[in-house]
Design a protein around this ligand. Structure first.
Ligand SMILES: [Zn+2]
Ligand SMILES: [Zn+2]
Ligand SMILES: [Zn+2]
Length: 111
């Protein structure tokens, strides 16, 4: 069963926005008070829509950005993926030797 929203209904709280201050974004309607970041509840100037939820720039970066397993900072540039782990390009290069050793070791065990 899904809730069917009218075109004037806020998609966050599903109530009508007709008599209240409202914001239109990406073809959807929000109460002014509902147009906030799902995580930090700050009002949004620009936003990311992640699976129907709104997040501010900072939270989107903190919650969803790939993090480097070496330095644990978010990766905004080139992501290097090895063995299901993500690295900054630079972090990967300086840690590259141990990863190659690990792969070789695994290869030996399996064979
Ligand atoms: Zn609302
Ligand atoms: Zn936020
Ligand atoms: Zn890193």
């Amino acid at each position: 069963m899904s809730i069917v929203l009218g075109e004037d209904d806020c998609i966050v709280c599903t109530k009508s926005t007709l008599k209240q201050a409202r914001i239109k974004a990406s073809g959807k309607v929000y109460h002014e008070g509902c147009f906030v970041c799902t995580n930090c509840k700050n009002s949004l100037e620009s936003f990311f829509n992640v699976q129907g939820k709104l997040y501010c720039d900072d939270c989107e970066r903190n919650l969803f950005a790939k993090k480097c397993v070496k330095c644990s900072l978010a990766i905004e540039s080139t992501v290097v993926t090895a063995k299901g782990k993500t690295f900054h390009n630079d972090c990967f290069r300086c840690g590259g030797v141990s990863i190659i050793l690990y792969i070789l070791l695994k290869y030996k065990i399996n064979n």
